[in-house]
Structures are given as C-alpha cells and as structure tokens.
Design a protein around this ligand. Structure first.
Ligand code: GL7
Length: 837
C-alpha cells in the first residue's frame, strides 16, 4: 500500500544521508572517493587530469540529483514540453559552466586547493565536446543553457557523434584534418541509458493490407539499427532546474541479420552487424551544405526516428487522446536538418495510430515550428532516388503532403504553374528532390529568422512566395548568446568588475541590468579597473599565442581578432589584404611617422571545410603573410600576424576576452545573424564590421559612434554587383582602387611565395576572372578608413574605454535568455515550470 511505499522511500532517503552537501570538506571527501573508486587511482597520488576526472564525477553526482528532481517534477505537473531538435550542439567544456550554474565554484576551488590543486589548471584538462560546426551549433548550446536557467520544461535531442568536428593541424601553413575521437578519455558528463533504446528501421518495401475492411499502407522495413540514449544534464543558473540533452548513439540491433547467423556465415554477419554503428560515427564538417549524401540521410532519419519514438512514448504515458498533442508538445526544427520529423510524425499517426490523414495533418501543423539559419536561397535537398531506397514509405507520405498542398494552392492562386513549381516541396528536373525548407515552411506554424535583416530577406527574397501566402508565420527571433558562458565562465575578471559596480550579480540571470554600467561611464576608478581587466586577459592571450606559434607580442599593441569558420563570404581575405596594405604603409614611413603608429597584433583563426579549396588557400596565405611580416626586423612590434590553430569553443573563451578589436566582414546580406559579434561585444571588445546580420541591431543598440562600420549596405550590394558585371564589357577600364591592385599584385607575383598556389585564390577577386562576387574591391577603401578610425580611437584611451563600456552596457539585448523567452511566449507557448527546492 501507499504507507508501505512511503516508509520504504523514507528509509532509502535516510540511508542516502539526504542530498549531497556542497561545503568544501564534503566536496573533498567526494573527490577522494571518486579518485579511489571511479578513476581507480591512489588517493595519495593523482595528477591534474585525474583530479579533473574525480571533480567532474563529484559535480556530476550533484547534477544527477537535480536532474532527477526536475524530471519527477515535470512528470507530476505535466506542463507542455518543448522538444528542441538539432543535429548539432557545440557544448565545449562542461566543468566550469556546471560549477558556476550549480553555485559551487568557490567551494570547489577551495576543496581542490586544500588537496593541492588549482581549479583553473584542473579545468584546463577537459577536452571540448565539439558535436557541431560553427555558429548554428554553438547557438543550440547557448539556448539549452537559457532554457534551463529560465525553468522551461524543455528537452534537447541530438546525435552522439563518436568523432566531433575535426581537429585542425597546421603543417607548413597548410591545414590538415585529424579525427577528433573525443570519447577516448571517457566522458563524465553523459549518462548511458542502456534501457532507453529504440529500433530504427531502414529500407524495405511498402505494402497494402486490409485492416478493418479498409486498405492501409504498411512499411515492411529491411534493416534495423538500435538507438541508445546518452543523457547530458544541463543545469540552469540560480535555479534547481536541470534539463536533459539526449543524444543518440547507433548500436547493432539484436535482431540484426539473424538470417546470416542461421546460414552459417558467422564472421561476416558479425562484421555486418558492426556496420550499424557507423551511422552516428562522424559529424559532417561542411558548415552549410549537406547535399545528397546517403550517410547524412541515414543520420537524419536515425535521429528523427529515435527522438520521436521517445517523445511519443512520453506523451502516451500521460495522455490517451492525440487531440491533446498540440497542447502538450512543441517540436522545434533547428534548421532544415531534422525536417524528416514531419513525415515521421505523419507516419506514426496514420500508419501506427490509425488516425485519418486529415486529422493527423491537422495535428502535425499545430506542433512544429522552424528556424532557418541561412541567407542562401538554394537550401537543403534530398534526392528522391535516395529516399525511395532508404525510406520508401516516407517518400510516399511526402508526395501526399505535397499533392494536398498543391491542390490547396491551386484553389488559392489558380493554375499558375510557374508559381506552383516554386512552392512545390518536390523539385522536378534532372535530379528530382525534396526541398526541406519548403516542407518545413508548409507544415510549421512559425518560421523564424535569426535577425531583423535575415527575416527581411526571407520575406522579400528567399521565401517571398511563401510570405505572400502565410505572412503571419514569419517572425524574427534575433539570436543571442549566454552571458553565463561568455562572461561568467570565460572572463571572471570582468564578471567581478561588473558585479562590483552594479552592486549585484542579478545580471547573470537578467542581462538587461548590464545597462546600469552606463551610470559609471565617466568614473576614473571604473575606467582604471576596466583597463586592468583587459590587460590581464591580454596577458593570458599573449602567453597562449607564444606557446602556439612562437610569436612574442607586445601588450601595448591593439589585439585585433577575426575568429570564425573560413568562408569567402566572411572575407578573411579582405582582412589579409588590409594587413598587407598596412605593411606597405609601414615600409614607406620615415622614423618620425612610425613613432605615431599604433602597434597591431592581427589574430586570425578558424577551420576550413576539408573539401573547400579556396578556404584552405586563405589559411595558407595568412601563414605566408605572417612569415614575411613577423620576420621583418625593420617592422618589429609595429605589426605582427598570428594564426591561431584549431579554433574551438575553449579557444574562443580565451581569445575573445583578450581582444581589443574584432572583425566581422561578411558582405552585407550574407551572414544570417552572426553570434561571435555578440560575444566580443559582451567582453568590451570594439567591433569593426559591415552592416550585416545582427550587427545592424548592435548598431541600433549602442549607436554608430561606438563601433567601426564600413562597406556596402545590403541595398547597395546588388547595384555594385551589376556594375561589376557591366565593367566586364570589353574596352571598359576596370575601376580597381590603386591600393587594392598593388596588394593583389604582390600576392599574385609571389611576394609571399607560392604564387602558383595562390593563383586561383587571386582570381576569385580579380577583374575578369572570379568577378569578385563578395565585392572586396569596392569595399576595400571603406575598410581601410574604418581601420584608420580604429587606430585613431585607440590612441585616445579614455574614448576607447568609454566605447568599450558602452558595448558591454548595450549587450543585454543579445543574451540568449531574451531570445528564448521570446520563443517560449510567442512560438512554443510554454511556461516556466520551476522545480521547488
Ligand atoms: C548560421 C549562420 O551562418 C550564422 O549567421 C548564424 O549566426 C548561425 C546561428 O543562427 O547560423 N547558419 C549556418 O548554417 N551556420 C551558421 O553559423 C553554420
């Protein structure tokens, strides 16, 4: 009975000695316990890495307590839940983030100290979880942090890739890719749930059967793979809530190829079985095009199928009627990658739960929302040929969705076949394929852009036709980043300074409070402390640079940083050309003029997709230029160029706080949002940027005077491209600025060596060849002016510090807490559900 149950529970709780305690002595006991019994090292002798492992397990125990309580509480209160579906999460390290969110950082530091260790050193032992490519993936991670902190009943779903994003090794200035087998040393932040498994089916045929006198389609799959859940607790800050990020790993199914066993081909059947694991093995390293690869499609469906089985099981435990689904479940598509979910939910409702098609469709249209993260018109497509083979039933469902949709459209817009062809989910032509974005838009109740500018482009260009049909679906949710990760974890000096001058730590949960820093804008003591924090961060960065590249840099120099994936549209080449120009200017100066020059350290970092040749050449050029300039003793500290290898989340945590200036150079209209800009802003680093993506809103927030804006605006870009093309007419002289022509000629003619290798790179911007699609030629002059303005501002340290303070003070709007609250209220319609203490 109930009484018996309660007595048992109470006895167990008393055996457990209540909840784990967080005073330094209790923490030390737990650390030593884990050294001895989890890591299996002697508690009398263990090193920094073993201390990390033991502390991580000590923290994990505390996460698990809260995570259990949160789930029990959600189960009891049955709120509407959000399921955030994303193929990428770039979590980085977890230790510092966890102890900060749990509120036990001082206690942990003291506990380690008394055991003879230092928290910072121990935390450095952790490797990055790099299950994603770039901004999109790190955004998912920041959003999970906000969902937990704001007490939303949310789950994240993703894939547990065994190999994360490749590690970048630089040999002779060339990028090489090394596999990132990140699980080598174990991962204390995940919990393997051997009992949470689902079968995921592939291939096979579709057959028609009679059921209750009606014809019904059934899928007879050909292969089965098992999905195993790995749970990653995500603690909120200033709350007990700890939510779950559930990642799936592929395992051979116990049912796999029984046939082969029975027919005696034992060895081959075991080898085949093992092939199942390849599905979740490796993350695709191209950060925005995933076109037509079978393994990629397998990954997507594997992820979608396992997640939806899990979600539906949870729903059915609590509810019996699928009409309740839209009140209890919100499914969010993070970009088009998980869009197969739409067909899968239809299949589950129609084929398995036997709901009528129209009823099922009605439900499906109420549960999905979608965020697109790209400015590119030509989005993700799946070749019909691949689907036909791998997921035959899903293809039929997609055709039926499309048929019904086009019928409805014919009624609305008439038989305008060219318009219908643009709207169609199925693209006809040489390679018939499914347009994932069209599918997601048709079925989602909300389509979100990631900045105002991005939404504008979606409405007027990319999805113009859809906007005309469903204007109410299109919404703007400007991205944000978590101030917990990007100030509290990565810049403890700034955190203390902000809290001291605001007189509170409340800004860690409410970033709008950062605006209070404006009250001290002219306070000399505040300025002094502000500059001191930056100096200490620059020292940290300078040490790292010397260790990585052997280059010694001066702390008096302006640290100028561009770190992000290497892409032509992000224009790292413009930066390098600017550096060459600066070098030329210095060479031509007399001693007197040189004395007035602001010394610069130009720092560039980022990975190129392995198959992206031009991006790889940009990396090599950066090294070639660095070699020339850094070895020119005549130039000395006036100019240094550094490439930081293997840029990732933990490198970002070190680099961003130490930057004075950061560059965001995308040709206007190409960067959907950008989130690096926000991280630099929060760290008091001034931006030198085009009016692109979310930078437009940063300008709006802090004012044009507090950053260095340059280049063609979005509306000018089209005109300039036209002009560039008309310049191609024979006999018309190209109008290339002199400085630009000179720099280009130096690279082309081998001033930095390797002229053959750089030839095709030069041609991308050279008149008459690649036609300079990203407009480096025409933006160069304005770029140099912005650089000159930055130099001038840096000389006036008072002015610079004011601009820096105003940057941080204006960064509150760019917290992911703001983004997530907006999503929760206007898109997902979920409410906070706070687990009691
Ligand atoms: C991106 C956009 O390019 C980037 O501008 C945006 O900030 C980010 C998050 O919304 O999403 N889209 C994309 O495919 N990647 C991005 O970083 C890889």
């Amino acid at each position: 009975g109930l009484g018996e149950h309660r007595a048992k529970a109470e006895r167990m709780f008393s055996l457990m000695d209540g909840f784990l305690k967080n005073d330094p002595i209790s923490l030390q006991k737990d650390i030593l316990h884990h050294v001895e019994y989890t890591v299996a090292r002697s508690r009398f002798s263990f090193d920094d890495f073993e201390a990390y492992q033991a502390l991580a397990h000590t923290v994990r125990d505390r996460l698990i307590e809260r995570w259990h309580d949160t789930h029990i509480y959600f189960k009891r209160t049955k709120p509407k839940r959000l399921y955030f579906l994303s193929l990428e999460f770039l979590m980085g390290r977890s230790l510092s983030n966890s102890v900060i969110n749990l509120g036990i950082e001082d206690q942990c530091a003291e506990a380690l100290n008394q055991l003879g260790f230092e928290f910072e050193v121990v935390a450095e032992q952790e490797g990055d979880a790099a299950l994603g490519n770039g901004g999109l993936a790190r955004l998912s991670a920041c959003q999970m942090d906000s969902l937990a902190t704001l007490d939303y009943p949310a789950w994240g779903y993703g894939l547990r890739y065994e190999y994360g994003l490749f590690r970048q090794i630089i040999v002779d200035g060339f990028q090489h890719e090394k596999p990132d087998y990140w699980l080598n040393f174990g991962n204390p932040w995940e919990i393997e749930r051997i009992h949470v498994t689902y079968e995921v089916k592939f291939y096979g045929t579709v057959e028609e059967v009679e059921m209750n006198g009606e014809k019904q389609k059934v899928w007879i799959p050909g292969e089965t793979v098992e999905a195993v859940a790995y749970d990653n607790p995500i603690p909120g800050y200033g709350t007990r809530n700890t939510i779950n990020l559930r990642l799936w790993a592929a395992k051979p199914s116990s049912k796999f190829d029984l046939e082969a066993y029975n027919t005696g081909d034992y060895i081959n059947s075991v080898v085949n079985r093992q092939n199942a694991e390849t599905i979740s093995n490796v993350l695709y390293p191209d950060d925005r095009s995933h076109q037509g690869k079978e393994l990629r499609l397998e990954q997507q469906y594997f992820f979608v199928s396992a997640s939806l089985q899990d979600i539906m099981r949870r729903f059915k435990e609590e509810h019996t009627n699928f009409d309740e689904l839209p009140e209890k479940v919100a499914l969010h598509l993070n970009d088009t990658h998980p869009s197969l979910s739409i067909a899968e939910v239809m299949r589950m409702l129609v084929d398995e739960e036997h709901l009528g098609w129209h009823k099922a469709w009605d439900i499906v249209c109420k549960i999905f929302s979608f965020t697109t993260h790209t400015m590119v018109t030509d989005g993700e497509k799946i070749p019909v040929e691949l689907l036909e083979n791998l997921l035959p039933r899903h293809l039929e469902i997609l055709y039926e969705i499309n048929f019904n949709f086009l019928e409805e459209m014919k009624k609305r817009i008439g038989l305008d076949y060219s318009r219908l062809a643009l709207l169609s989910i199925v693209e006809e032509g040489a390679m018939k394929s499914i347009r994932m974005a069209n599918l997601a838009i048709v079925c989602s109740h909300t389509v979100n852009g990631v900045s105002k500018l991005h939404l504008e482009k979606l409405k007027t260009k990319t999805f113009k036709d859809f906007y005309g049909l469903y204007p109410e679906k299109f919404q703007c949710k400007t991205n944000g980043v978590s101030q917990r990760r990007w100030i509290v974890v990565s810049n403890p000096g700034l955190r203390d300074l902000i809290s001291k001058w605001l007189g509170t730590e409340a800004w860690i949960r409410d970033a709008d409070l950062l605006s209070g820093l404006r009250d001290h804008l002219d306070n000399a003591d505040f300025h002094l402390e502000w500059k001191m924090v930056k100096k200490v961060n620059k020292m940290r960065l300078a040490e790292y640079i010397e260790a990585m590249s052997g280059v010694k840099v001066s702390l008096d120099a302006m640290f100028d940083v561009q770190v992000k994936r290497i892409h032509e549209y992000k224009r790292q080449l413009l930066n390098i050309f600017g550096i060459i120009h600066r070098y030329n200017c210095l060479k031509n100066m007399d001693k007197d003029s040189r004395r007035k020059v602001v010394p610069r350290v130009c720092i560039i970092g980022g990975k190129a997709a392995p198959g992206y040749e031009i991006a790889k050449k940009i990396i090599k050029l950066c090294h070639a230029v660095a070699e020339k300039i850094n070895n020119d003793t005549d130039i000395g500290d006036l100019l240094k160029v550094v490439f930081i290898p293997d840029y990732n989340v933990s490198v970002a945590e070190l680099v961003i706080p130490g930057a004075d200036l950061s560059q965001h150079l995308s040709t206007a209209g190409n960067e959907a949002s950008g989130t690096g800009n926000m991280k630099f802003l929060m760290n008091g680093c001034l931006l030198l940027a085009t009016a692109d993506g979310s930078t437009v809103e940063i300008i709006e927030e802090i004012g044009e005077d507090n950053l260095f804006v340059f280049g063609a605006k979005v509306h000018e870009v089209e005109k300039r491209r036209q002009k560039r093309l008309s310049n191609l007419a024979p006999l018309q002289p190209a109008k290339v600025p002199l400085h630009f022509a000179r720099v280009l000629r130096m690279v082309r003619d081998g001033y930095f060596g390797h002229n053959d290798y750089f030839k095709s790179l030069c041609e991308t911007v050279e008149f008459g060849f690649g036609n300079d699609y990203y407009l480096l030629t025409s933006d160069f002059g304005s770029y140099l002016e912005a650089q000159a303005a930055a130099d001038k501002a840096f000389v006036n340290q008072d002015k610079w510090t004011r601009m820096s303070i105003l940057s941080v003070a204006g960064s509150g709007r760019f917290s992911s807490d703001r983004t997530i609250q907006d999503y929760a209220e206007s898109t997902w319609k979920i409410s906070p559900c706070r687990c009691p203490l």
